[in-house]
Design a protein around this ligand. Structure first.
Ligand code: 2P0
Length: 328
């Protein structure tokens, strides 16, 4: 039957997002409920396009950028598809084909765009009629940060306390024009996965609870700064929240240290650009690369200043991007 076949195959595209007030640590490992709410900017130019086809193969399969995946990557996708299959009442294996606009393993291809696109494509292919909020809750089950990539621009993930109450939603950015500049320091595979690293931080870091306590204040202050169009205040909060997260990671036992020597050079370059009068604020995730928040109108100049100071690094400007979209 043609219509059934059509409903069993779907493609969705999602952009990656960068957290400005970070998510680090879970209150519920199975449901992926975070210990604190977070705030992010969805970025253009870092996207994943995923096609899901149910019933076309004997077992679940996963191909990323042309390479067939086995083991952990496939198991994680299968476990996610099980949630969709149970909701839709179907029992069919799926063929999942995914393509990233940046090479997988380059340190920028993220689980956020991947699981947001997968949630969209799998729901559509399974014939589930999901609202954006339901898609956000589902994407969260694949990877926490993915719940934010369902929406474009500034997005808040409400930590909540259960599956129903933990979802992302867009935040009105008013007149704010933001950009994020990525300083690529290394594309090597990370020494420890973010999932494992956040578990270790929660369990062993004596600084973790203090950082979590600061997150609610940082988030409230960031939302106020956004309402006031105060990019400088928002930038200061972004940078402070990221340093606090990394301090808590480094205090884990054993330490979680993602920084490389060039990371410190890039962080110092951001300070020096700011001392020169340009608005620029650093933020970092589970890897050595540095991201720089700026006013969109300063982005080209800040990027040039970064290139001058860091001639060995690739420097790329990303503007706010759209949320999940379906390819028909
Ligand atoms: C974030 N990161 O808010 C934080 C900041 C990295 C540092 O979300 O275990 O891949 O799948 O929920 O979402 C990376 O962690 O972790 C992350 P899981 P995820 O963007």
């Amino acid at each position: 039957d043609g219509s059934l076949a059509a409903s069993r195959c779907a493609t969705a595209v999602a952009n990656s997002n960068i957290a400005l007030i970070k998510y680090w640590g879970k209150a519920d490992e199975r449901l992926i409920i975070p210990r604190a709410s977070s705030l992010s900017l969805t970025l253009d130019g870092l996207s994943t396009s995923t096609t899901v086809q149910f019933g076309a193969s004997d077992a679940d399969s996963l191909t990323i950028d042309g390479t067939t995946q086995q083991g952990t990557a496939l198991n994680r996708v299968s476990a996610f598809l099980d949630i969709i299959r149970e909701k839709a009442g179907i029992n069919l294996p799926a063929r999942v084909t995914s393509a990233n606009t940046v090479p997988y393993g380059a340190g920028l291809a993220s689980s956020a765009s991947a699981f947001a696109a997968l949630a969209g494509a799998a729901c559509e292919a399974a014939g589930l009629d999901a609202t954006p909020r339901e898609l956000s809750r589902l994407a969260r089950r694949g990877s926490g940060s993915a719940c934010r990539s369902i929406f474009g621009g500034l997005v808040k993930w409400n930590a909540g306390h259960d599956d129903e109450s933990s979802y992302a939603e867009p935040v009105d950015s008013g007149d704010m024009d933001l950009a994020v500049i990525v300083v690529l320091i290394s594309g090597e595979k990370k020494p420890i996965s973010s999932r494992e690293a956040m578990r270790r931080t929660v369990v062993t870091s004596p600084l973790y609870d203090a950082w979590i306590d600061s997150c609610q204040d940082d988030l409230d202050a960031a939302l106020a700064a956004i309402r006031q169009g105060d990019v400088e205040r928002f930038g200061e909060l972004t940078e402070a929240n990221s340093f606090g997260m990394h301090a808590s990671m480094m205090a884990s036992r054993p330490a979680v240290l993602y920084w490389l020597p060039e990371t410190v050079s890039a962080l110092n370059a951001v300070t020096s650009i700011r001392d020169g009068g340009l608005g620029a604020w650093s933020t970092m995730d589970a890897g050595p690369n540095v991201k720089v928040l700026t006013d969109g109108r300063d982005a080209e100049r800040v990027a040039d200043e970064l290139r001058n100071r860091l001639p060995d690094c690739e420097v790329q400007i990303h503007r706010p991007g759209d949320g999940l979209r379906f390819v028909r």
